[in-house]
Design a protein around this ligand. Structure first.
Ligand SMILES: [Zn+2]
Length: 323
């Protein structure tokens, strides 16, 4: 009997750590979560990961040596080659050798990358990316993140910042303050938070909108805006159209630069589905070069919250091959 070989994909977030075991051919065996105990520093998180993985293997009646490699997603400023975390504000980490510590803890090759890049790789491997060689991935959540896969490789750039497309300037003057310190970034208009801010500005012009009473109580969510837009509410539709105008403008310009064959929109906001895609594609089509547009499909992500752990397992496979 051929011995099974598993990979672990791990996604370290500010409140939870998501984990999964996958086979080398991409079959998801099991997934689970543990809370992130970040305030005791990085070493505690590494110990917790080691412990939960050993326990889970025991529960599943598997020998420890089934585990071939692990891949980890972490938020913050990272050096991918050395697996060094310069700073992860959400976790309170500074100058932490995450890869070395995990290799020491679990004794298998380990690779790290940032969470948005891993979501891109995950969607490419088992989701809406369909294994395409050139994929542009955009995640719309509380913020806007992204990942660029060029010729099957994730683009990191000179110091790991490639793909930070949430901070492309779309409003050069009088834009809103962004978390990054600049103003007028894509994130200020196309994230969940950005959509709510746009609604607060625009809904006063649509007094009969279903969003108007919610706005007076300060209770609008991005989900409300998308649901009501889907039901035909004119005010909500105008908000989504404006938010997606900026996104479509950015996606078209990025597509003109990268010539991808697949563009994938993920993150919580992407649950808006066609309500989001219709206005996005309208603007995109206006600004994309005809031949570039012919090569690329725009699709909603398929893996949801699993994209990160799936992408992490993918880089684990690469780490194993290099070891
Ligand atoms: Zn920004």
């Amino acid at each position: 009997m051929i011995k099974e070989k598993w990979l672990a994909g791990i996604d370290i977030g500010g409140t939870t750590i998501k984990l999964a075991f996958l086979t080398e051919s991409g079959e998801l065996k099991t997934k689970w979560e543990i809370p992130t105990d970040a305030n005791q520093g990085g070493l505690k998180v590494v110990k917790d990961i080691g412990e939960t993985i050993r326990e889970k293997l025991l529960d599943l009646n598997k020998e420890a040596d089934i585990l071939q490699a692990i891949g980890v997603g972490a938020p913050g400023f990272l050096e991918m080659e050395t697996g060094f975390v310069y700073e992860a504000i959400n976790l309170g980490w500074k100058d932490f050798a995450l890869k070395d510590e995990l290799e020491h803890e679990l004794g298998v090759p380990t690779a790290i990358d940032n969470d948005a890049n891993l979501a891109a790789l995950g969607e490419r491997w088992l989701g809406a990316g369909d294994g395409a060689k050139d994929v542009l991935f955009i995640t719309l959540g509380t913020g806007v993140g992204g990942g660029v896969i060029a010729n099957e490789k994730i683009l990191h750039g000179a110091n790991g910042m490639a793909g930070e497309l949430g901070h492309i300037t779309v409003i050069p003057e009088n834009g809103k303050q962004c978390n990054c310190g600049k103003t007028g970034c894509l994130e200020t208009v196309s994230s969940a938070t950005g959509i709510v801010q746009l609604a607060m500005e625009m809904i006063p012009d649509y007094p009969s909108s279903t969003l108007a009473p919610l706005m007076n109580e300060n209770k609008i969510t991005a989900r409300d805006v998308l649901v009501f837009a889907g039901e035909g509410d004119e005010g909500a539709k105008a908000v989504v159209a404006k938010s997606m105008f900026y996104l479509g403008f950015v996606v078209a310009n990025l597509a003109n630069t990268l010539n991808p064959s697949r563009i994938v929109i993920g993150g919580g906001v992407s649950k808006g589905g066609q309500t989001l895609l219709d206005p996005l594609i309208e603007t995109y089509t206006k600004f994309v070069l005809k031949r570039v547009g012919e090569a690329a499909d725009i699709k909603i992500a398929e893996l949801g919250n699993d994209a990160g752990v799936v992408g992490a397992a993918w880089i684990a496979l690469a780490a194993k091959r290099q070891a």
